[in-house]
Unconditional design. Structure first.
Length: 331
């Protein structure tokens, strides 16, 4: 499809790498912290019992006007957390619009490594759906939306495909730069600019070290395991900590097939940038022809960047509010 031209970043912000790197910078972080504080909401950290002994951690934010309204559950990307910049700015925008927001940490993300002995992997969709269901049961709301960035967007889309029967108030899912085909995303990272692969390898190794420190009897792997490159480390994880027969089977487990989106019980809303350096744009071909998918493609944005100006204001957070306002009937 042709690019939507509504997003026009300021001069100097049209580089995919500038967008991607600035979005996770301390500069953007200071802005994110400020706008969330300016939302004047109440925030409460919760531990969610997802069943089968699984506990996930998150933050419930309630707007100043506490009337019954929609609840938005936000999911972060791989090795992100509830405090990632994009999570904070999106929560702030939604709170300012009057929505309840729950930012959920996947297991082993943020300060939650101690809650579960087994390590995180991307096929753990059931515990996320169960956590969303538990939050929806506990928060008085009219309608439910689940949205996320990068891998969190992948989880959000799969929640709409696999979890609608457990989420009776679910009205839609929203995803910014979600990986639809993990096979292709791995290849893109391996063949693209090394900075992104290095970033994820560093953060994953740090997470695994922390897990080993907390549960040494269960995770007695040696340092040479942590020195493995991304694909080999993923293969080790699949062999040692999952029931999948191969890395290919593992990647298949968190594919988001287009035919599944087409038949999902709720509509998916997807924001993507043509210049994303992490997610292959070819994986999105044909999304605009699926009636059940609202697909917005922008020329610029990088990976989960979409920074509009040098004040660090962003387009993606306003996209969240605009889409939910339309579904919720405010526009």
């Amino acid at each position: 499809m042709s690019a939507d031209l509504r997003f026009r970043p300021a001069f100097g912000l049209r580089s995919a790498h500038v967008q991607t790197l600035l979005s996770s910078s301390a500069w953007r972080g200071r802005y994110a912290q400020r706008v969330l504080a300016d939302a004047h909401a109440t925030h409460r950290q919760d531990i969610i019992d997802s069943g089968n002994g699984v506990q996930l951690q998150g933050v419930l934010s309630t707007p100043r006007a506490q009337q019954k309204s929609a609840l938005v559950v936000l999911l972060h990307g791989w090795e992100g957390s509830v405090d990632s910049n994009y999570m904070r700015v999106t929560a702030a925008a939604l709170l300012a619009a009057g929505y309840h927001v729950f930012r959920l940490n996947f297991r082993d993300h943020g300060d939650s490594h101690h809650l579960n002995p087994e390590i995180f992997h991307s096929a753990r969709i059931d515990e996320v759906i169960d956590a969303v269901a538990r939050v929806a049961d506990e928060v008085d709301h009219s309608e439910l939306f689940v949205g996320g960035y990068s891998l969190g967007g992948n989880f959000a889309l799969r929640t709409g495909v696999q979890g609608a029967d457990r989420l009776p108030t679910l009205r839609g899912t929203l995803a910014v730069c979600p990986p639809l085909n993990p096979h292709h995303t791995m290849h893109q990272m391996e063949t693209g600019p090394r900075i992104y692969l290095n970033y994820f390898e560093h953060k994953w190794r740090r997470s695994l070290r922390k897990k080993r420190e907390l549960f040494p009897e269960l995770h007695a792997f040696a340092d040479d395991v942590l020195a493995l490159p991304m694909r080999a480390l993923t293969q080790w994880m699949v062999d040692a900590h999952t029931e999948f027969a191969s890395i290919e089977d593992y990647f298949d487990a968190y594919l988001v097939p287009k035919d599944a989106l087409a038949t999902a019980a709720v509509r998916a809303h997807i924001l993507m940038a043509e210049d994303d350096p992490v997610i292959p744009i070819a994986d999105y071909e044909g999304l605009d022809r699926i009636p059940n998918v609202d697909y917005e493609l922008q020329r610029w944005g990088g990976h989960c960047g979409f920074l509009s100006d040098w004040r660090m204001q962003g387009y993606a957070e306003s996209w969240f509010v605009r889409k939910i306002d339309l579904i919720y009937g405010r526009n």
